[in-house]
Design a binder for this molecule. Sequence first.
Ligand code: ZN
Length: 265
Amino acid sequence: VTAAFVPPTRAWADLPGTAIPAVTSGRSLAVVPVGAIEHHGPHLPLRTDALIAERVASAAVDRAVAAGVDAWLLPTIAYSKSDEHHWAPGTLWMEGTTLLDQLVEIGRSIASTPVRSVVFVNGHGGNVALLGWANRELRRRFGLRSFAMPAGIVPAGDGRGTSPDEHGLGIHAGWAETSLVMHLAPDLVAPQLPPRNVPEKIAGMRHIGFNGKPVTFGWTSDDFGPTGVIGDPTGANAAAGADLFERGVTFVAEALTEIDGFEFA
Ligand SMILES: [Zn+2]
């Protein structure tokens, strides 16, 4: 019997299939970046959320591995539940039920290997509720340990703590995302940034809002105007993006370490 060939990578899809049973175990974490291909205003690429999720997850896996965690980076789920941007050219979106099926079926495949833990690292706010749903499906159907987290310190689609004057409403293509892409892929950011588009009336409301406020509401991004921006990209800069990226990688790497030691009881 010859030993399985194992190339020097933590990328699951770069391995030959024969390496999976050789190098993974019940302690391994399957880390799945989840992004989106959706309109992000006139200044950011459609793959903004996929880019951020993949780059943060990849760097965090490397850092967690260096800290002794057996983490593996799975291919990014780029197409996701972007129905709030259905109206905008270039958006490639799935029904929530389609994406749920995909998440469950990826989990089913992982459950057929020695790996017992799946971790979704998410860059798109429209996926948050669905990932919570998928977590329980993977637990109940396949006995997996399943986790979901934002690909950064500012949860996607949240907007808190982004920029002082976005009032917690910089949820899409605003200061944080624009700064991150300026850092990660500066050639893909348009030289002229679109104007501020913060829904100030909602910012002044006590109970209704995006940011953990108790009353939520249905919306599509064109409800807030024609640019597809919800936030204020005008002050974005690459240095802020580098800082957000580093803090995001630190958070995800720390979370992977905590997951490594997680027990229900
Ligand atoms: Zn985004």
